[in-house]
Write a protein that binds this ligand. Structure first.
Ligand code: NAD
Length: 503
């Protein structure tokens, strides 16, 4: 352990990052910054220190933002802007994100704790690619035209469908990959011609506020993108309950998702819910262990396990079980944990004190239950919310560590005999977000992929989101899909036009 592995020095950060931290708490509503009357602290998870403040919005701010978004829907600058105009704006936003990627990444690291490499590449540049992908959609969105046979003697008809923006989209996102989660919600909504009110997570709002600045610079008209920060129970709940919101696009925990689903159902609002997961990784006897072991480990240790699709349950076929456990132990020792801005750190701290406590509680309970708990390198106990990665061996299928989402760097390992048992164990979960298969047998991969109850199957890699392919879950992991064609379809509604054209 080096002396400064758990401390990054904010006194030497880029002045542009310092300027972001020094901003007065404000909301971005109708193209303007509205000062906040109440604020919330922004805590750097690597140090536990307060480094900035954001606005604590509520019903009034949400109402102003939704009204602005509703007005912008039919404005000449946005509502009447053609599809190529929307593409141009999205492409300008992509260019600005890429120009500002280094600053955005540093802010994301300070706000969320994630290490620099994960902030810069997968999070900020990854989000730019999501906007780039959706920038291609507006000019390809089209309805259908068809001949219509009317009642006898009624004349000649034709019919067509129009794909229209659904309206104001409420985008509510979690803290785990903030800038990327915002892109998953905003990019398809903007491509469809909707307007958006974004409510970022209270722990990680800074890059959402920077996004508002970049959107303004890109030329998005006022009211098209609004950002209201604040607590879920206040700003979030006011937003999902607002009568002028047409669609709720939510990513977060299953508990919150259920509540939002109830409110949306009561008000008959379109909604997509991307919720928690407890994703299985299946390693078969024929897997390439040189790839499978680090792959399975990375799937749960990247971003400290705070990834919705993280492979938190590892099922290993009996023939390679001992070899996999041995290699996992060796891998654990090599995971470099430290403060996010320290170079070459693989894993940063967890996002907040409560999350760290929650993870340690699961590990204490596992040890008390008599399971073997292997830990990675020791972490600083002084400050910050660091957790050493862990592998738990010996838990049963119905134990809490197997069934509940820990959302931390904790991998539980189990043994299976054959394909049928692997599928049964993988599907024995209230969740159904993702699953990973490690096998070199194509037939097996095809059979198991079809049998798994989940929204995404990852084969022989540790997984990453690709903007063109949908992401989402089944069962307790929610419904609806982000990304891909389905992401933009969810922001559109269809209108049928039936026309009599002659006798
Ligand atoms: P959370 O549900 O506590 O919060 C998510 C967001 O909802 C935050 O912005 C929060 O302020 C807001 N919120 C909370 N209560 C609300 C309410 N009553 N009404 C409206 N909004 C409310 O989740 P979290 O702890 O921030 O995020 C972690 C969870 O997100 C994990 O369960 C993870 O699996 C899930 N997640 C899922 C995906 C996916 O694609 N399925 C992706 C990332 C994270």
């Amino acid at each position: 352990m080096t002396a400064n592995l758990f401390k990054h020095d904010l006194s030497t950060i880029d002045p542009a990052v310092r300027a972001v931290l020094a901003r007065k708490p404000a909301f971005y509503i109708d193209g303007q910054w509205t000062p906040a009357a109440k604020s919330l602290p922004v805590i750097d998870p690597s140090s536990g220190e307060t480094v900035a403040a954001i606005g604590a919005g509520g019903g009034d701010e949400v109402d102003a933002a939704v009204k602005a978004a509703k007005q912008a829907l039919s404005s000449p600058e946005w509502g009447k802007l053609g599809p190529v105009g929307r593409e141009r704006l999205l492409h300008r936003l992509v260019a600005l994100i890429e120009e500002n990627a280094a600053v955005l990444a540093q802010v994301e690291t300070i706000d969320n704790g994630m290490p620099s490499w994960f902030a810069f590449g997968p999070t900020i540049l990854g989000a730019a690619d999501v906007y780039r992908y959706y920038a291609g959609w507006p000019s390809k969105l089209a309805g259908e035209t068809m001949p219509v046979e009317g009642p006898p003697g009624a004349g000649v008809f034709t019919g067509f469908t129009r794909r229209e923006p659904v309206g104001v989209v409420a985008a509510i996102i979690p803290w785990n990959v903030p800038f990327m989660m915002a892109a998953w919600k905003l990019a398809p909504a903007l491509a469809a011609g909707c307007t958006v009110v974004l409510k970022p997570a209270e722990d990680t709002s800074l890059t959402a506020l920077m996004l508002a600045d970049l959107a303004q610079q890109a030329g998005f008209p006022k009211g098209v993108i609004n950002v209201v920060t604040g607590r879920g129970a206040e700003a979030g709940e006011a937003l999902v309950s607002h009568p002028d919101v047409a669609k709720i696009s939510f990513t977060g925990s299953t508990v919150t998702g259920r509540r939002i689903g109830e409110i949306a159902g009561r008000n008959l609002k379109k909604h997509t819910l991307e919720l928690g997961g407890k994703s299985p990784t299946l390693v078969f006897d024929d897997a390439d262990l040189d790839a499978a072991v680090p792959g399975a480990a990375n799937s749960i240790f990247v971003n400290s396990g705070q990834i919705c699709v993280a492979g938190s349950r590892l099922y290993v076929q009996a023939g390679v079980y001992d070899a996999v456990v041995k290699r996992l132990g060796e891998h654990l020792a090599s995971v470099r944990v430290g403060a996010g801005l320290v170079p070459d750190v693989f894993m940063g701290p967890l996002v907040n004190a409560a999350q760290k406590q929650r993870v340690e509680n699961y590990l204490d309970a596992a040890a008390k239950a008599g399971f073997q708990v292997l830990r990675g390198p020791p972490v600083s106990a002084e400050a910050g919310y660091f957790v050493s990665p862990a592998v738990v061996i010996g838990a049963g299928q119905q134990d809490a560590i197997t069934q509940e989402e820990v959302f931390g760097p904790v991998l539980s390992v189990y043994r299976f005999a054959d394909e049928a048992e692997a599928i049964a164990l993988a599907n024995d979960s209230a969740y159904g977000l993702a699953a990973t298969i490690w096998s070199q047998d194509v037939g097996r991969v095809m059979r198991v992929s079809a049998a798994l109850e989940c929204g995404k199957v990852i084969v022989n890699n540790s997984g990453f989101p690709y903007a063109g392919l949908p992401e989402g879950g089944v069962k307790g992991s929610g419904h609806g899909r982000d990304l891909g064609r389905e992401g933009v379809e969810a922001c559109l509604r269809t209108k049928t036009v039936m026309m009599r054209i002659s006798d």
